[in-house]
Design a protein around this ligand. Sequence first.
Ligand code: ATP
Ligand code: MN
Length: 478
Amino acid sequence: MSDRIKIKEILTSGKADYEATVKGWVRTFRNNQFIALNDGSTINTLQVVVDRDNLPESELKRITTGAAISATGQVVASQGGGQSVEIQATDIKIIGDADPQKYPLQPKKHSLEFLREISHLRFRTNTFGAIFRIRHSVAFAIHQFFNERGFVYLHTPIITGSDAEGAGEMFQVTTLDLNDVPKTEDNEVDFKKDFFKKPTNLTVSGQLEAELGALALSDVYTFGPTFRAENSNTSRHLAEFWMIEPEVAFADLNDNMDLAEDLLQYVINYCLDKHDEDLKFLESRLLKEESQKPQKDRSDMALREKLKFCVDNKFERVTYTEAINILKNSKPNKKKKFQFVIEDWGADLQSEHERYLVEKHFKKPVILVDYPKEIKAFYMRMNEDNKTVRAMDILFPGIGEIVGGSQREERLEVLESKMKEFDVPIEEMQWFLDTRRFGTCEHAGFGLGFERLVLFITGMTNIRDVIPFPRYPGNAEI
Ligand code: ATP
Ligand code: MN
């Protein structure tokens, strides 16, 4: 028996007149003769033509949606439309049955909500097959991008002993028995009895550790899971998500913006190049979804057009101050349509404001820079005006913030006084301050939310649909 060949290979080569074995899962079985077989290597199915005369009735009955089968036969040019080749099976084996009375994924349209409830099976649908193939390519392209530029992939800790990352609410890590917590004489939790002999948490960001690496290796990036116990049930937040955090020595905010823009365009381009069929499918899915919405909530461009547009156009670079003026004079602000009306300089931008700037005003990705120091983290480089810091947020249509970054404060005294102002425990952060004490230099970096990028590229609307096993308040299935 010949070795198994993946369906993608058979379909893309388009060659005919050779024997092949394919293995996969039945999507549909028509007229007791035509199997649409999918093995996950492509969104397309291969037509397997069953030799009815030579397959006993009892076996024919077992060819049902969801069953795993193996088929061997001649690959021939297809008579029917829709596919170039098909396989004339001379041998069919049922590897794993799928009882049609019980298998929940019958060949009809299922809502994303329903599929979220059976998340262990949703990989077997066209939509999720496409999403997870693209998710893979996004990760791969990110590593390739940094590798080509000589970056070092640095693994920062997942369990962190630092509680000053400051990016969000943390999950505690402990081996203490919560039913019998050891206490000190002062009736506080006795962490000396805990596994690490101190309080520990799951990381919310690898940035501070990445800075240590950058000030020796020059160009580093992290790409790992991060955890935020934020009780926000939005379509853009997860409790466990993946983040890419490059950190670059001898670089300022402009270099940082260039790097982020190059990275995003590179990855989107890679997906356009490698995933036309998956994207075409997701594009028509999105069109159908949007046809249910009022005209004003529909996208101006189809998915692939939107992705191309992002690759072909420079992102708009705007200061926070300019953005506030645009927002103040905007229609929704004047008519008090925003939930949070912008009154004064200094206001924190909400998602509704970010989306107005990107989707209505500039109609392209926007990089906002130079934010008021009060609304940004302690480690961002102070500008000469002493009011703003060298921060940048990249805003994408339909998503809002996709990247948050900054040039870092490299001057020891300025950093220390900022830490005091922000109540950051200076004593515990000596390891961080040592970078500024010994051989400090200008440096910059950013955090890119991996799932937000996958969300953008796939045109999906809920972040829970672009990660295989989503974690959010009240949900840690599987
Ligand atoms: P937001 O204001 O959207 O909550 P943030 O300001 O908390 O974002 P950062 O701390 O700057 O975000 O994190 C860097 C990037 O990580 C963000 O730009 C975003 O792409 C992503 N990100 C942040 N929080 C989450 C989350 N809970 N789930 C998924 N991605 C996230
Ligand atoms: Mn947040």
